[in-house]
Design a protein around this ligand. Structure first.
Ligand code: DGP
Length: 113
């Protein structure tokens, strides 16, 4: 998957600041953070978007479990945090390798823009 930047991160050809890794999931700091903690949690397998998640229920469960683990490890458990997926044009998805933004370390607001 040469055209996918996140596949490049998984393969190691694109550098990243990793905070968690297992056999099927990788988490690394976002290059353009919007909060003190902004981590992207991705499957190592190339899954384009949430529209494809229906075929990957086990993998999606592993991503949510990793998000819980990373949130606790990065000190977000006490005050809380947000886990966000942007899907498609209206969701403002820019990288078509599914990823979940783990955002915290400050007071967040609602609704998002
Ligand atoms: P989204 O709009 O949900 O598709 O957000 C994609 C995010 O990916 C965005 O917050 C910036 C981040 N990003 C894009 N390219 C890179 C990269 O090469 N390295 C890292 N660490 N993050 C990246």
């Amino acid at each position: 998957m040469v055209d996918c930047i996140f596949c490049g991160i998984v393969e190691g050809s694109v550098p990243s600041d990793k905070v968690y890794e297992d056999d099927s999931v990788l988490a690394f700091r976002d290059i353009n953070p919007v909060a003190p903690v902004h981590v992207l949690i991705i499957p190592k397998k190339h899954v384009p978007s949430l529209l494809d998640a229906e075929e990957e229920p086990e993998l999606m469960g592993k991503i949510i479990a990793a998000a819980s683990k990373v949130a606790k490890e990065l000190g977000l458990a006490e005050k809380g945090f947000r886990l966000v997926n942007n899907c498609g044009e209206h969701g403002m998805q820019t990288v078509y390798h599914i990823h979940f933004h783990l955002i915290g370390g400050r007071q967040l607001t609602w609704p998002p823009g």
